[in-house]
Design a protein around this ligand. Structure first.
Ligand code: KG4
Ligand code: ZN
Length: 336
């Protein structure tokens, strides 16, 4: 088969990223320009600033991605971009650039679901990984337990009914005065704390559903923090972080394990920004070892938002016959 080179663009949130992917699973380049230091001042992503920064950066990042891959526009066979979910103004910058490239070079365009991209990050790291498997996608905006039947067929078995896992990390970190994004900060603090210090609730909902709920836990942690402050007791930040993190991870692992058993699956694939959490990986590996389940997760850089995963997802969509028209729209609330 002829080599297929994909230029992929990701601008759904606060990373402007462009990658060149060869034959679906080989990264020729993956440039990620993070806006985190700008948004950190505001304690979270400011959508208007995000789109403006994407607009300022996108052409430079495209150029850099081509240079690093040592190719020119004429070598690209297909252009891909994230079509949703994400911030509408941010998504529009990526999709407009992708359409311009598709039109100018007369090459196919494929719009990718960002959450599908997160799953695909694993194919870039684990060359032997193939569906079917059970996937846990844990990001800043979504929490899904999915049965991945093929490269393009996903069945959502569970989802969050309120806050996403990453969102709960960000909100608790903010209440503790830690920097945005909260996940890595809590991860680091938790290493110095005792996960059994405070007994925060594990919200299972009930045994019949694979859905998650993290807002009750969030309220419980916020109440605890306020209570301590009112009593003028100094907060033990490492203990709060470790206990909160443990409560989130216990539920994620328990539901994942139950689903793996129910479906008789022995492959568990974790993805999304929270897949960068060291304790989550440690717990998943332990669960895997004890139950003969092989556990997969991306490298840290491919866990959080990047264009390489979008290029990989576009490859499987494309070989499955998917093409988009220049009339392609963005879908800020797109589901998997
Ligand atoms: O996938 P992602 O980069 O963006 C979205 O699609 O949302 O995920 C970002 C989320 C943030 O909520 C961030 O706090 C969380 O991933 N995150 C972590 C860690 N690194 C990033 N959460 C827990 N532990 C980490 N080490
Ligand atoms: Zn993401």
């Amino acid at each position: 088969m002829k080599e297929l080179k994909i230029l992929a663009i990701e601008t759904s949130c606060d990373e402007t990223s462009v990658a060149v992917i060869k034959n679906g699973r080989e990264i020729m380049s993956n440039i990620i320009s993070s806006q985190i230091s700008t948004h950190r001042i505001f304690g979270g992503v400011v959508p208007e600033i995000a789109s403006r920064m994407h607009l300022e950066n996108i052409n430079l990042i495209i150029k850099e991605a081509l240079e690093e891959a040592k190719i020119g526009f004429e070598d690209i066979d297909l252009v891909a971009c994230t079509k949703g979910p994400g911030l509408i103004g941010a998504l529009l910058v990526g999709i407009s650039s992708a359409k311009a490239i598709s039109f100018a070079l007369d090459i196919p365009l494929v719009g990718v679901n960002h959450m599908e991209g997160h799953i695909c990050a694993n194919y870039l790291v684990h060359k032997d990984l193939e569906p079917p498997f059970i996937g846990l996608i844990v990001s800043g905006g979504h929490t899904y337990l999915v049965q991945v039947n093929s490269y393009t067929d996903f069945e959502i078995i569970g989802r969050t009914r309120d806050d996403a896992a990453g969102e709960s990390f960000d909100k608790i970190a903010r209440a503790l005065g830690l920097a945005y994004p909260g996940g890595p900060e809590i991860d680091a603090q938790a290493k110095k704390g005792n996960p059994e210090a405070i007994d925060f609730p594990r919200v299972i909902i009930d045994k019949k559903t694979y859905d998650f709920s993290f807002s009750g836990l969030k309220t419980s942690v916020l109440n605890y923090i306020n209570n301590q402050k009112q009593k003028n007791i100094e907060l033990n930040i490492p203990d709060i972080c470790a206990s909160f993190q443990q409560a989130v991870l216990d539920v994620l692992i328990e539901k994942s394990y139950r689903l793996l058993k129910e479906k008789n699956m022995n492959k568990f694939v974790i993805s999304g920004g929270v897949a960068a959490n060291s304790k989550l990986i440690e717990m998943a590996e332990k669960m895997g070892e004890e139950n003969n389940i092989k556990v997969y997760y991306p490298s840290k850089i491919l866990s959080t938002d990047n264009a390489a995963m979008i290029g990989c997802a576009a490859y499987y969509d494309y070989i499955n016959g998917k093409r988009d028209e220049l009339s392609l729209k963005v879908y800020p609330n797109l589901e998997l």
